[in-house]
Design a protein around this ligand. Sequence first.
Ligand SMILES: [Zn+2]
Length: 94
Amino acid sequence: MPLYAYRCGDDGPLEVMRPLGSAPPAIACPTCGADAPRMITAPRLANADPTRTAAIDRAEASRTEPEVVSAPPPRPARTPRPRLDPRTATLPRP
Ligand SMILES: [Zn+2]
């Protein structure tokens, strides 16, 4: 069941659980009874996949804070050639 946020002018924010799509635009404040209009809030992303969240954060940060490099990335270490089979070592190579 989603949690909807409202804000009373005197008592501040409050949250109410309601069935999906049934939240009214304003509710009566449980403390003072005044109308508390609904607030639009960001969806709760705490349960999102952390890998995906980190990728989204990096992508958004690259818009305004691109990575600045002073040199190309280092080359990967060369892997040693595999030892040739002595029986085929003398054959021509492509
Ligand atoms: Zn109130």
